[in-house]
Design a protein around this ligand. Structure first.
Ligand code: GTP
Ligand code: MG
Length: 316
């Protein structure tokens, strides 16, 4: 009974009682992600080593599940964010089948000359590299191994280059919230910059957002890193896979004198015209993504509760 009361207390104070949510914690290194995670989990202040490997933790009681990811904020960890929020094995396999099938049909339809044999071997190479990618990724993830960003980028590049060389009509599949839409493009190279595309795994593999909200932490005292933090945030906000996901921006460490104010932080993150409004704001029939900035001090247990309560209204 005590445990139930305790969980009720924590979740109710965050507005998350009787909700099922997967919440992603992101931000630069040293922003306070791990500290917040542990504060929510057991209301204890723990001094942490910088996170080296992505971790996730889950609180659950009865029907209530509260899942939070802590992905670290280092260069390598930052590159694997996408793999968490766009991760969905079944959809990836489905995407692969859909990608490969039309290519195979087109090849078999053509007469087999020397050129086609070369094309065929390249297709097999593409198939092999794609399957290897998933097998390696699956093994690495199930063993909790950090996947090198170079490995991810390199495998994507192989797929992309093979397709470009094959000059096959390209298929983009956007798997957004269980909707499958397919669009054929005739001019691959004209439309797509291969370099940047290789980096855009979430677009390439498609992805259903598997998170209900993103909590983006910024160290409000570390003003020199606002530009870096803005860059990462912009990349997340413009990502198709997260288009409908609410964003709670937490300006942390306001207990330190001279930490930025809310206005200053919003200005430097370029959010002045993008916040959707505090309090109860019904955005269901609008195209506006819920996004707000709340200042907090995790060590003083201040401010983040209001942020979570605001966010909880957008979590079903
Ligand atoms: N003054 C102050 N320090 C804080 C606050 N929250 C976290 N810190 C400190 O900031 C430092 C970094 O916190 P972490 O939680 O490890 O940061 P992180 O975002 O997980 O960082 P990485 O694991 O490197 O990505 C630690 O020394 C914390 O004690 C706060 O509200 N105020
Ligand atoms: Mg950490």
């Amino acid at each position: 009974m005590f445990l139930l009361d305790w969980f009720y207390g924590v979740l109710a104070s965050l507005g998350l009682w009787q909700k099922e949510a997967k919440i992603l914690f992101l931000g630069l290194d040293n922003a306070g992600k791990t500290t917040l995670l542990h504060m929510l989990k057991d209301e204890r202040l723990v001094q942490h080593q910088p996170t080296q490997h992505p971790t996730s933790e889950e609180l659950s009681i009865g029907k209530i599940k509260f899942k939070a990811f802590d992905l670290g904020g280092h260069q390598i960890a930052r590159r694997v964010w996408k793999d968490y929020y766009a991760k969905n094995g079944v959809i990836r396999v489905a995407f692969l089948v859909l990608l490969i099938m039309p290519c195979a049909v087109m090849l078999f339809e053509s007469r087999f000359g020397a050129k086609e044999i070369v094309l065929c071997s390249r297709l097999l190479f593409l198939l092999r590299s794609s399957l290897m990618y998933y097998i390696d990724l699956f093994i690495a993830e199930s063993m909790g191994i950090d996947v090198s960003p170079h490995f991810v980028a390199c495998r994507d590049h192989i797929c992309v280059l093979c397709l470009a060389e094959l000059q096959i009509k390209t298929i983009f599949i956007s798997l957004q919230t269980a909707k499958l839409c397919m669009c054929l493009s005739d001019s691959w190279e004209a439309n797509i910059n291969i370099g940047s595309f290789a980096d855009s795994t979430s677009l390439f593999f498609g992805g259903v957002p598997i998170v209900d909200a993103v909590v983006y932490l910024v160290d409000a005292y570390d003003k020199e890193r606002f530009a870096e933090s803005k860059k990462e945030l912009d990349a997340l906000l413009s990502d198709e896979s997260l288009a409908t996901v609410p964003f709670l921006i937490l300006g942390n460490k306001i207990d330190i004198p001279y930490a930025a104010s809310e206005d200053e932080l919003s200005y430097h993150l370029g959010l002045n015209n993008f916040t959707s409004g505090k309090g109860k704001v019904n955005l269901t029939d609008s195209n506006v993504r819920p996004l707000e900035v709340f200042m907090c001090s995790i060590v003083r247990k201040m401010g983040y509760g209001d942020g979570f309560k605001w966010m909880s209204q957008y979590i079903k």
